[in-house]
Design a protein. Sequence first.
Length: 81
Amino acid sequence: MFVDSAVAFEVDGYDAESGTAWSVVIKGHAAEIPMQDLLDDLAFPLFPWTVTPKPRFVRVVPDEITGRRFHVVPRGPDAIG
């Protein structure tokens, strides 16, 4: 990944109880986070899933944020379509 490259990040969620889903997309550019900033910020909640070294960290600097919430149509034997 190149710093200052155009990037996008999407997060989706679903609440089975209400049948409501949501989706948020952030479009922007990549910016490297200096390691000293990570060390100085004790509240940085980073918990990697693997133990391999992580020499660089990148954040998405947003230019555009969009999202939507919608009701999920049930699927099953009685569903149309």
